[in-house]
Design a protein around this ligand. Sequence first.
Ligand code: BG6
Ligand code: MG
Length: 224
Amino acid sequence: MSKTAFIFDLDGVIVDTAKYHFLAWQRLAKRLDIEFTEEENEQLKGVSRVRSLQKILEWGNKTISETEFNDLMASKNEEYLSYIDDMDQSELLPDVLKTLKDLKSKKQPIALGSASKNARRILKQTSINDLFDVIVDGNDVSKAKPDPEVFLNAAKLLNVKPEDCVVFEDSVAGVTAANSANMVSIGIGSKEVLGHADFVFKDFTELPGDFIKELINKKYANKA
Ligand code: BG6
Ligand code: MG
């Protein structure tokens, strides 16, 4: 039987960085005199940095020059990184480390598939970079989720067929990307938001005891 590979999104699956993105986008919106709520922040999950700023400007009905756009992106990221640089392993979401270590001990291929250009820094900060065989992040793709490029690249680098991959995702765009890649999609979050995933769990503590084993044994092998 071919090996099952496991691909993890980062923000919202491994760590709760949405709160740091929110703080940084909120300060930026304030400078531009744009109202920016937590509900709007929800819509930025899984969305690239460029597209996030475009959306905030659209919501505020603002047009700015390219230079200003680039300056805003840089200052948003600078503030975001100031939060990231204070992170440590205690910020890993519940049972994530346990799941990663379990997969590692079973010698399953593990990849990161994230839209973030800061992914490597966060993995280092939380001391889990060694658990990943392959890292594909926002620096490595030309098309953002919901395009499946990030997950297909990860599968290719792991040398595993897409239909042998399982993806953990917290965003609507990410689940859509995993489905289009013909991978088993596991939503981490609420069923209302991630109803298009093959399975949805609130977090990793909710995974049934033998679920990972069943995935490895292809009990839920793909819909294709
Ligand atoms: C995604 C986040 O993982 O990465 C988005 O869900 C974020 O909120 C995107 O905008 C890009 O992240 P970064 O770190 O490159 O600004
Ligand atoms: Mg995410």
